[in-house]
Design a protein around this ligand. Sequence first.
Ligand code: ATP
Ligand code: MG
Length: 455
Amino acid sequence: MIKKFIRRLLGSKNKPAAGDLLTLGPKEHKINPALVSPNAVRVTQTLQQAGFKAFVVGGAVRDLLLGHKPKDFDIATNATPEQIKRLFRRAFIIGRRFQIVHVMMGQEQIEVTTFRGASSEAAPKDEHGRVLRDNTFGEQHEDAVRRDFTINAMYYDPANQIVLDYHGGIADIRSKTLRIIGVPEARYREDPVRLLRVVRFAAKLGFSIAAESREPIKIMAPLINNVPTARVFDEMLKLLMSGHALACLQQLRKEGLHHGLLPLLDVVLEQPLGEKFVTLALDSTDQRIRAGKTVSPGFLFASLLWHQVVEKWTAYQAAGEYPIPALHLAADDVLHAQTDKLALQRKIATDMRDIWSMQPRFERRTGKMPFKLLEHPRLRAGYDFLLLRCASGEIDSELGEWWTDFMAGDNNERELLLVRNTKTADKAGPPAKKRARRRGGRGKNPDGAAPAVAE
Ligand code: ATP
Ligand code: MG
């Protein structure tokens, strides 16, 4: 009775009251079956032929309804992890507390989950109300209640092409609304990561956040601090790799979620110096992801934190350190401050350090130095990073152009480039390293004309 009353209060006019199951056929939902992965279809078929229920669920259904090709497929079923595993040749049970099954089909990994039970009331919680363990299996309608947003709680059966919509997800897709299922405060409290998820989906899908789902965000933001860092990191990575990182970070700021949430975001969103650099880095990341290319998390985080490194690097040099050790000290400081709160995996931290420490080496364009750098296993990432620094105006673009030519050139061309550079250095007077710090005219002749390749 009370539940029904609350639902009526929360339900908007153009959507069915939460909990009313809607069943939609292909003519209504208009999902294009060609966008459904054949492997996901095979997994649901195998489960169904063994007598179980099985559906495509979550983000994949949402994306199909929006006419997008889903990047991966999750399946929900009433089979237990053991029962699932027995049906597939390559299936692995993952996770200790709540087991899920990874079914491998060729290169594709399909995640199969047993319907979860509804009751989070009885689940053990921390002192802030965050659910610590929640392991019960349950019915399909209970599984739907447990999901985060109405648009993420729909089930699609590829066999009969029926969509089951338990919480008005279709209506919310149509009105481009992101709405949390249930009472928003309670749902954020039991899992504060949802605060980040709401921002990610709003920015990525271009949806607006329903007023009642949006209002508590600012107040509840500090709850993120109680979430294990590894989970926050995973969610942040999803946000940054969503193809809409720039929009996501702007939305985080808009919702008041950046401040004090992660040291990384404070740095990124509040540093006037690095704003152009970060914007360019995120923009190029977004473009790569949208073009289906890979992005290395190390490169991304190295970009986000670069200006903090530069600041500290300058300070160490001003205090009398030589440039290279000063850069290492700066990198240590920055990585240390981040790893406290943001569980940066060691591999990512190593990549970041490699990319940063390569930067002064690009400045050394004499003798054997550039040839040595060509052999660096992370040269490509370091070079891309250099180009980003050029594009942001931090350093003269001549350096980037020189490296572009040097990397593309054959041995003869490379020797000529070195000669050119040595001559330029002789003419201009001060050593290349000092000139590198002067704004503007590095690498150009005193009259400003670009030097000829062979003089
Ligand atoms: P993406 O396209 O970014 O993968 P997604 O919706 O598939 O989006 P996932 O993180 O892969 O997001 O999660 C799969 C599904 O699991 C979600 O659609 C949602 O139904 C459910 N889910 C994930 N995280 C939570 C959470 N923190 N609370 C409740 N439900 C969640
Ligand atoms: Mg997903």
